[in-house]
Ligand binder design. Sequence first.
Ligand SMILES: *Cc1c(COP(=O)(O)O)cnc(C)c1O
Length: 388
Amino acid sequence: MRRVYLDYAATTPVRREVFEAMVPYLTEKFGNPSSVHWFGREIRKDVDEARERVAEALNASPQEIYFTSGGTESDNMAILGTAAALRNKGRHVITSAVEHHAALDACLSLEKQGYRVTVLPVDKYGMVDPADLEAAIAEDTILVSIMHANNEVGTIQPIKELAAIARKHGVLFHTDAVQTIGAIPVDVRELGVDLLSLSGHKIYGPKGIGALYVRKGVRLSNIAFGGAQERKLRPGTENVAGIMGLATAVELAVAEQQETYEKLVVLRDKLIDGLTAVPDVKLNGHPQQRLPGNVNVSVERVEGESLILSLDMAGIAVSSGSACTSGSLEPSHVLMAMGLDHQSAHGSLRLTLGKGTSAEDIDHVLSVFPGVVQRLRDMSPLRKSGEE
Ligand SMILES: *Cc1c(COP(=O)(O)O)cnc(C)c1O
C-alpha cells in the first residue's frame, strides 16, 4: 500500500547525515566527557564543539547553550528554573492559552506552589495580542513564556514585539521554538528573547535530546540534582551521541531553512486549497502568519478520530490536535482557546508536511479525502440541519 506520512509536527525521521554523526559516539568514541583520562577528554572536546555549532546556528554564544533531554525538559527548566531563582523578586508568571503542555503544565505546577499565573487569551487565529501582554505585566511579574509557533495550528506569534514588551518592564521572556527551527528564521538576538527551547526529533535529529538557550546573565536554579554537568544546571552524564546528532540537525535545519520554507509553502497551500474545496471544511489557524508545513482543518459533521482512522486505513498518517491529546476525548485546548465550538474542535485534522513530502503525496491525499469525508458524513448522526 502507498503510505503517506503527514505528521512531521509529531516527529521526523533521523536524517542520514545526523545518523552518521552519531554512530562513532555509540561505538568507539564511548568515553565519559567528565573523565580526566584521554577517552573522556576527547569526548569533552567534541561536546564543546557541538555546543559551539548549536550556538552559532542560533546566533548565541556557546556558554548560553545547555543540552537537555528535549523540548519538554527545556520548557520545564526555563519556567521552573527562573521561577525558583527569582521567587524573592516576584511570583507572577504570564503564558498563553495555546502553549504546548510542556510549558502550560509547568506554569500550572507553579500555581500549586503559590505563584500567580496569567494565561493570555488568543484571537480566532490563535494569535496573542501584544496589548494584552502589556496590560498583564504587574510589579511582581518575573517571567513571560509564549511559544514561537504553535504545534497544532501553526500560528506564528509576534515574538519580537512580545519580547520587547517584557524587556521594557525588566521581565524575562522565554519562547518554545521547537516548531520553528528550520521552518522560519530563529535568531535569539534578533528575537530579543532571554530563553529559548528546541528539540532534536522535530528537526530530523534523534528523540530524547534538546537544548535550552539561556542568555548570558540570566539566573536559573537547577530543577534536577546530582552532578556538575552542563555547568551544574542540568546534571547527569551527557547524551553524547544525541548531542552530536542535535548539532548536525540544527546546523542543517538552519542552513536549509529558506529552501525548505519555499518548498513546503507551495505544497501546504495546494493542500489547504484542495481540502477546503470540500464543503464545510474550514482552515484553522492564521491564513498568513503560519508555519510552512502546517495545515489544520475542521471537517464539519465528522468525528476527527474516525477521519484519522479512515485515512490511516487508506495509508495516510495525520493527527488530530497534538499527539499528546489524541487518545483522550477532551477537545484540543488550542482550538477551544481560539473559540471553536466543541463539534468543530472534535472534527479537526492536522496534516504536517516535511522533507519527505512530494506533490504526488498531496495529490494522493486530495484524491482520497473527499470520498472518506462523504462516507463518514453519510453514516454520521451529526446531520446538517434540514437534512433529516
Ligand atoms: C514536540 C514539542 C515539544 C516537546 O518536545 P519533546 O522533545 O518531544 O519533549 C514542546 N513544544 C512543542 C511546541 C512541540 O511541538
